[in-house]
Design a protein around this ligand. Structure first.
Ligand SMILES: [Zn+2]
Ligand SMILES: [Zn+2]
Length: 366
C-alpha cells in the first residue's frame, strides 16, 4: 500500500508546531469519526489515515525519524516505532475522549445492516449508423448478481433458518478494544450479517446470491450518437436486505458506414456525378436510411459542392428538430471512353479553346 505524506494527510506544513498538528488532527478526527459517519468506509479510511499520521507527527521522537527517513525509518532498524491500524488508536483515546465527551472510551462505528442498493453495471453496445439514425430496439445480455430465488437471499435451505451468530450475538459487529478507545469492526464469524447459515441453500451454496445472465430489451432512440449513455433503471446488481437494485448503463458505439457520415446532426453523403450531369444539372434518386430521396443537381454543379436537403438529417434525441441531409457532389472523370464519347469530348475541347478558357498546354497536344 502506498503511504501518503503524513503532513499532507493532516494538511499542515512540514514545520508546523506540535499544537497545530494536534489541532489539525482533532478537526479531521471529528469530521471523519466513525460515530458520525455510519456505513461510510471512505470516512473510516480517512479517520484511520489521519490517526496514523497523528500517531507519528504528534510524537516528537517519531516525527524526527519520519522527517529524516520517512515511513521506512519508523519501521526498520530495531528502533521499534512500528504501529498497526489498531494500536494507533490507543495512543490518544485521551484527545478523542476530550473531543467527544467520553471518559471511558469512544464507542465505535456500528455497521447498520439495513437495505443496501445494488451496484450499477455498464455495457457497451455497437449500432450501425442506420440503427442510430432510425432508432432501434435491441436485446442485450447482462451478467449480474441477484438474490437467490430458491432461498430468497437468505442463504439457508428452505425450512432451515439461519442461526444467530454466536461471536457477535447477532449484531454483526465485534469490538476491538485498545486502551481507552474501542472500535467496532465487522464480525468475522458472520461477515456482518449477524446470522450464520447452518444448512446452506443448495442453489447458491449459502451465499444468498446467484450470478445470472439476463436478456434485456433496450430502446435506442433515433439520433443517438457515439458515446451517448442510456440508463436502464433497476437492471444492475440486485440489492441486499431488501435494497433496491442498481442501474444498468449502456453506452452506444456507432460503427462507421461506407456511404454515410454523421456531422453533428447532419447526415452527409458523397454523390458521384458525371461531367455532363455536373454541367447540365440533373435529377437523381438516391437511397437514404429512410428510403428514396429525389435530389436536384443544379446546372454547373462544382466538385465538392454541397446540396442541402432540409430536415432529413439526424433527429435530436427526444426532440422534434432534425439536422439536414447534405449531399456532396463528386464529379467523376470517366475511366474509359467509347469512340463516340471521345469524338464529343474532342469537339468540346475545341469549343472550350475557342472560349479562351484556361487550359494546360499539354491538353492541346494530340
Ligand atoms: Zn439460495
Ligand atoms: Zn457475527
Amino acid at each position: 500500500m502506498a503511504k501518503k505524506d503524513y503532513y499532507q494527510v493532516l494538511g499542515v506544513s512540514r514545520d508546523a508546531k506540535a499544537e497545530d498538528i494536534k489541532k489539525a488532527y482533532r478537526k479531521l478526527a471529528m469530521q471523519h469519526h466513525p460515530d458520525r459517519n455510519r456505513d461510510n468506509p471512505e470516512a473510516e479510511e480517512k479517520f484511520k489515515e489521519a490517526s496514523e499520521a497523528y500517531s507519528v507527527l504528534g510524537n516528537s521522537e517519531k516525527r524526527q525519524v519520519y522527517d529524516r527517513y520517512g515511513v521506512e525509518g519508523l519501521r526498520g532498524g530495531g528502533s521499534d516505532f512500528g504501529f498497526s491500524a489498531e494500536s494507533i488508536f490507543s495512543d490518544f483515546g485521551d484527545i478523542l475522549g476530550d473531543m467527544f465527551g467520553f471518559s471511558g472510551g469512544v464507542s465505535g462505528g456500528r455497521q447498520r445492516r439495513g437495505p443496501r442498493k445494488g451496484g450499477d453495471l455498464g455495457l457497451e453496445v455497437e449500432l450501425t449508423l442506420q440503427e442510430s439514425f432510425l432508432g432501434v430496439e435491441k436485446e442485450v445480455e447482462v451478467e449480474r448478481e441477484r438474490n437467490c430465488d430458491a432461498c430468497d437471499g437468505s442463504g439457508s435451505e428452505p425450512g432451515h433458518d439461519a442461526e444467530t451468530c454466536r461471536k457477535c450475538g447477532g449484531s454483526g459487529n465485534v469490538r476491538v478494544s485498545q486502551g481507552f478507545f474501542s472500535m467496532a469492526t465487522t464480525c468475522p464469524g458472520c461477515r456482518g450479517n449477524g446470522k450464520v447459515v447452518s444448512h446452506p441453500c443448495r442453489k447458491c451454496h449459502g451465499h444468498g446470491r446467484v450470478r445470472e445472465n439476463k436478456r434485456i430489451k433496450v430502446s435506442f432512440p433515433a439520433g443517438i450518437d457515439d458515446g451517448n449513455r442510456l440508463r436502464v433503471s433497476g437492471e444492475g446488481e440486485g440489492g441486499r436486505q431488501g435494497g433496491a437494485p442498481g442501474d444498468l448503463y449502456i453506452s452506444a458505439r456507432i460503427r462507421p458506414d461506407k456511404r454515410f457520415q454523421r456531422h453533428g446532426q447532419d447526415l452527409l453523403l458523397q454523390l458521384p456525378v458525371s461531367f455532363s450531369q455536373a454541367a447540365l444539372g440533373d435529377q437523381v434518386t438516391i437511397q437514404t436510411f429512410e428510403g428514396a430521396e429525389k435530389i436536384k443537381i443544379p446546372p454547373a454543379a462544382q466538385n465538392g459542392q454541397i446540396l442541402k436537403i432540409k430536415n432529413k438529417g439526424f433527429h435530436q434525441v427526444n426532440r422534434w428538430s432534425r439536422g439536414d441531409l447534405l449531399v456532396q457532389v463528386r464529379v467523376q472523370t470517366p475511366r474509359s471512353l467509347s469512340r463516340q464519347e471521345t469524338e464529343l469530348f474532342k469537339k468540346l475541347r475545341e469549343l472550350e479553346a475557342g472560349k479562351g478558357q484556361p487550359l494546360f498546354d499539354g491538353d492541346l497536344v494530340n
